[in-house]
Design a protein around this ligand. Structure first.
Ligand code: GUN
Length: 283
């Protein structure tokens, strides 16, 4: 058996088309476009690529965007001032600070300084709290994108046993919260979990966000499971791969996300979605 390959690129394109159409009506209604500010500090290589991709995605859907590229000598105080400038400018709908930050800067303080209504990453504790409480908020882009993928492929979450591997603030924890909200029974595993396979083998939906190339082999997976790979790793040959050993797991899974082309494209698409949502709510 070979599982259905979940096409994140196609779903992301659909999300972007929806956002694009709604951006046009926003513009007609209010006379200006939603606007995103991406703050990048320093020149960490991967961040430069991610930030460029976010700007390109904005251009593609009709969201105005600016990259505020700040030197890595900037002080915490000056960075907080920049964030405050975004918070108080009515023309700015969303702001994010690209992570990681240089060591001398406090990422938590920056996250908490962003107006929750403009927090398009969905990382602010106010948004985390609202998400847990089942209230309207801005959801973290990657977990929200995974929910959208599951919906697009009509994957039942109600009553399913979902095992999340990884407990980061960006993916693992919010993913668990969203699956609970969708009536799944949720198990969260992490680096201190003993006998990981014992848990993952029970998953109807297995979501891995660890960052270890090909660690989830077929022995970790129940035949027929839906397998979602959030990671973006490089194997020994330098080739892009996820946490899931795709060649063997795709043989037993009922559905699986590839790397690249699975979860990855959804993150930026959902960021566009959040920008528009924030713009609408802030009117
Ligand atoms: N660095 C890697 N992924 C992300 C993300 O989703 N948001 C931000 N702000 N920084 C990141």
């Amino acid at each position: 058996m070979t599982g259905v390959v979940i096409d994140g690129k196609a779903v992301a394109a659909r999300v972007r088309e929806e956002v694009k159409a709604d951006c046009i009506s926003f513009q007609e209604q209010y006379g200006f476009a939603p606007k995103l500010i991406v703050i990048q500090v320093g020149d960490f290589g991967p961040s430069t690529i991610y930030v460029r991709n976010k700007k390109k995605a904005c251009e593609n859907v009709g969201i105005e965007s600016e990259i505020w590229h700040l030197p890595d000598t900037i002080t915490q105080e000056m960075l907080l001032e920049k964030i405050d400038q975004c918070n108080t400018d009515d023309q700015i709908s969303g702001v994010l600070v690209q992570l990681p930050l240089p060591d001398h800067l406090d990422a938590v303080a920056c996250r908490n300084a962003i107006d929750p209504k403009k927090d398009v990453d969905g990382f602010h504790p106010i948004n985390t709290g609202k998400m847990i409480a089942g209230e309207e908020s801005l959801l973290p882009c990657t977990p929200a994108g995974i929910i959208r993928l599951l919906d697009e492929y009509n994957i039942q979450t109600d009553g399913a046993h979902c095992v999340v591997v990884g407990r980061s603030h960006i993916v693992g924890k919010p993913m668990a919260a969203l699956m609970l909200e969708r009536n799944a029974t949720v198990t969260v595993c992490h680096s201190h979990t003993k006998d990981l396979a014992q848990y993952t083998k029970q998953a109807d939906i297995l979501i891995s966000a660890v960052g270890q190339a090909n660690m989830i082999t077929a022995e970790y997976v129940k035949p027929g499971a839906v397998v979602i790979d959030v990671a973006m790793n490089r194997d020994e040959q330098g080739k892009l791969c996820g946490d899931i050993k795709y060649d063997e797991v795709s043989q037993i899974a009922s559905a699986i996300t590839p790397v690249p082309g699975g979860v990855g494209p959804m993150t930026v698409a959902m960021l566009m979605y959040n920008c528009l949502l924030a713009a609408r709510r802030n009117r």
